[in-house]
Design a protein around this ligand. Structure first.
Ligand SMILES: Cc1ncc(COP(=O)(O)O)c(C=O)c1O
Length: 439
């Protein structure tokens, strides 16, 4: 039975360009997952895995969360449909909920993905400033569109000659980006205020976009004063500060990471945990910028348009998540922090007696194990100091034992509210077992 399905999927996959439905999903060891529930994934052989991948992080409440699913089913049964004319009550309601929750959102638009939200944020920033250039961070991921497809995890040989305070040469992450885009993108290193100042001082930068914690290369936190420094530089040079909170967003706080760090961006984007696995993105920010969406002058008006924007199914999921976070904020984030701390303590003990260095970095329910002797400050630090081979060996060995962390170096782990103490303890036990086999 399992073998039949494996063969069928293998045959049919020849029709999927690249073999997986999003090119970053390719995995080694190869697994055929068929089902997920709560904190677990199940493969075609019925083997259970404790899941820390969480589908690249949306599942704050776990897979198939009953409250979220109930809200979705109720929306479908109630006759809510994608009417696409005027404003629907659920769209108005979720907008108010989001504005009440996130300090940096005075007005917003909904999208279906985080990438779209980022695309609109950049468009709004350009329209607002009348400038074209966008500054991105080495090691930051901001979705799949052209303007942000640069300098993601460049190899050590590329970053080694780079000097703090300098801009990076551009390195594009995909074929098909028009060469002309190079003229309006600058890439700098995270946690490098001098480089940010140099990039902005040219006076032509519309926006600087960053994940306030770099969570596509694990958990790389801002140094004290860094985000405040960026805020001050953006104010000084008239640049729009965009926090891409697609990953940090509701995973760390109902108000986003911005509510924890106390730095309010001009624009911010959300996705993933906002709807616990249902496809929704949010672009929001200062009214002064967002109001360009309805500017009376056609030359100034920014088009945000999408057939599926505010889709009732996705909005129902988001409403269920946000309402739960709002009414049980302390309880939810308290429990995630408790589980995160339990895993961190356990993993620290596992690695303590080894003859190589590790650094476990965590923000609430999100964690990363780095095989280096300090918490990294940026991608350059990781590229030059992290033992990538040990990282990948650790991940692969854990997968075979039934713990699924994505088998690509530095990928962040995500704990959900569906994880239990027993899951965490089992993970620590299995980590101890596999670590004893690592050289
Ligand atoms: C920080 C960040 N921004 C944007 C995106 C793009 O979101 P989506 O994949 O929903 O388009 C991602 C996706 O991983 C992300 O991590």
């Amino acid at each position: 039975m399992a073998e039949d399905l494996r063969n069928t999927v293998e045959r049919q996959s020849q029709y999927i360009a690249g073999g997986t439905m999003s090119l970053n999903r390719a995995i080694n060891p190869s697994k055929l997952f068929v089902r997920a529930k709560g904190a677990y994934l199940y493969d075609v052989d019925g083997k259970e895995y404790i899941d820390y991948h969480a589908g690249f992080a949306p599942y704050l409440f776990g897979h198939g969360d009953p409250e979220v699913d109930e809200a979705v089913i109720e929306a479908i049964r109630s006759g809510a449909s994608l009417i696409g004319a005027g404003t629907m009550p659920w769209e108005a309601e979720i907008s108010e909920l989001l504005v009440e929750s996130v300090p940096g959102i005075e007005q917003l638009q909904l999208t279906s993905t985080g990438s779209e939200a980022v695309g609109y944020a950049l468009r709004l920033a350009r329209a607002h400033t009348g400038r074209d250039v966008v500054v991105v961070m080495q090691g930051g991921y901001n979705g799949c569109f052209d303007y942000v497809s640069y300098n993601l995890m460049d190899p050590a040989s590329f970053v080694e000659p780079h000097k703090p305070g300098e801009e990076y040469p551009l390195s594009v992450t995909t074929a098909g980006v028009p060469k002309v885009i190079d003229e309006v993108v600058r890439a700098i290193e995270y946690n490098d205020l001098e480089a940010a100042e140099r990039a902005l001082a040219k006076g032509d930068v519309a926006a600087i976009i960053l994940e306030p914690i770099l969570q596509n290369i694990g958990i790389v936190k801002p140094l004290p004063g860094y985000l405040e420094g960026l805020r001050a530089l953006c104010d000084k040079y008239g640049t729009v500060l965009i926090f891409d909170e697609v990953k940090t967003g509701f995973r760390h706080a109902l108000g986003g990471y911005q509510s924890l760090c106390g730095v309010t961006p001009d624009l911010c984007t959300f996705g993933k945990a906002v709807a616990n696995g249902y496809p929704m993105g949010v672009i929001g920010g200062k009214r002064e910028i967002m109001k360009l969406c309805s500017d009376p002058s056609p030359e100034k008006r920014v088009a945000v348009a999408g057939t599926y924007n505010g889709h009732p199914v996705n909005v129902a999921a988001a409403k269920a998540c946000l309402t739960r976070l709002k009414t049980r904020e302390t309880e939810v984030y308290g429990e995630l922090e408790r589980l995160g701390a339990r895993l961190e303590t356990g993993l620290k003990q596992v690695f303590e007696t080894r003859n190589y260095a590790t650094s476990i970095v965590r923000q609430g329910s999100a964690f990363a194990v780095y095989f280096m002797d300090h918490a990294p400050v940026n991608w350059r630090d990781i590229a030059l100091n992290h033992d990538a081979q040990r990282d990948i060996a650790f991940r692969r060995a854990l997968i075979e034992e039934g713990v699924f962390q994505f088998p690509v170096i530095t990928k962040q782990g995500s704990i959900s509210l569906a994880h239990t103490d027993a899951d965490i303890d089992r993970t620590i036990e299995l980590a101890e077992k596999v670590v004893s086999t690592l050289t």
